[in-house]
Design a binder for this molecule. Structure first.
Ligand SMILES: [Zn+2]
Length: 305
């Protein structure tokens, strides 16, 4: 830390003056996803100024934009959205911006997982198709999806600011190299856990993309959103399943109440394996995407072993 501070002080002032550093010349971006906020900052570097409107540790299913958030969205040249129906407040954003600025629904351009909509969840019901299926919005829990999202954000920044194409390309390349290392690490870590022990019991149904990438089966207490309490019948079925499958540990989430999960441990003898970052970045380990994935995978694998 001391060394870094020292280097900073000795940077020539003329060099500092040439950096836009998110100043008036920078491309103004407003992001409704903590993951996309990180991607935009990494790829955009000094050429963008990103307002992260959904903040780390905030539950994106429950989030509502404040008047100040809406003003920032209205002032932005680019609005980044998670997509896959996660932004149930989208109409408010559209009203506030009046169609001004570009809006990019990144998740909608990514491969999709369909899941059964819980008829008791208003958010899920509104988004369900004719067969009662919805798109799983939690695409960021697949590293490969975050790589794809990086390319999408890179191309959008180049489109809006072609003069800085070379910087966006090289920033994206560096970030993608880190993501590729992260995915390789995750595969090695998961390989420590025999396939028949890859049973992930979580607070809400947020890890289907991770499960698909790394060969887990997910059992979720709540549905794809976090807004509805699970039924007694669903909890009873889950308890039977955990006992039958002899699942050793089940997991809490950083943005959710642990009450039901703790009750299930008392009924089943499974222990609490730790707390996962399900819905994006948070405090501590989960303040970066790399840290979040390493925390989640390590917690899951080490607790189920
Ligand atoms: Zn979620």
């Amino acid at each position: 830390m001391t060394i870094r501070k020292g280097l900073f002080i000795f940077l020539p002032l003329a060099f500092l003056a040439t950096l836009p550093a998110g100043g008036a010349d920078a491309l103004q971006v407003a992001s409704f996803s903590t993951i996309l906020t990180e991607i935009a900052r990494q790829v955009g570097g000094n050429h963008v100024s990103v307002a992260g409107l959904v903040r780390p540790g905030q539950d994106p299913h429950e989030y509502q934009p404040t008047p100040d958030d809406l003003k920032k969205a209205a002032d932005a040249q680019l609005i980044l959205l998670s997509g896959k129906h996660l932004e149930h407040y989208l109409e408010k954003v559209q009203q506030a911006t009046g169609g001004k600025g570009e809006s990019l629904s990144v998740g909608d351009a990514l491969p999709n997982l369909k899941m059964k909509a819980d008829p008791d969840e208003p958010e899920a019901k509104a988004a369900a198709d004719r067969n009662g299926m919805i798109d799983d919005p939690h695409w960021w829990n697949s590293v490969v999806n975050v790589e794809r999202a990086t390319l999408i954000v890179r191309d959008e920044l180049i489109k809006l600011d072609p003069a800085n194409r070379a910087d966006y390309e090289s920033n994206a390349k560096a970030y993608l190299a880190k993501l590729s290392q992260l995915d390789a690490w995750a595969k090695r870590k998961v390989a420590e856990l025999p396939r028949d022990m890859r049973k992930l019991v979580t607070s809400h149904d947020a890890f289907q993309y991770l499960a698909k990438d790394y060969g887990f089966k997910v059992y979720a207490i709540e549905g794809v959103s976090t807004e509805t309490e699970p039924s007694d019948r669903h909890i009873a079925e889950l308890i039977d399943e955990i006992k039958k499958e002899a699942v050793k540990a089940i997991f809490l989430e950083n943005t959710l109440n642990p009450k039901v999960t703790v009750e299930i441990t008392q009924e089943t003898g499974a222990r609490i394996g730790g707390t996962l970052y399900a819905d994006g970045l948070g405090e501590g380990d989960g303040s970066t995407y790399d840290g979040m994935v390493r925390h989640n995978i390590t917690t899951i694998v080490d607790s189920l072993k």
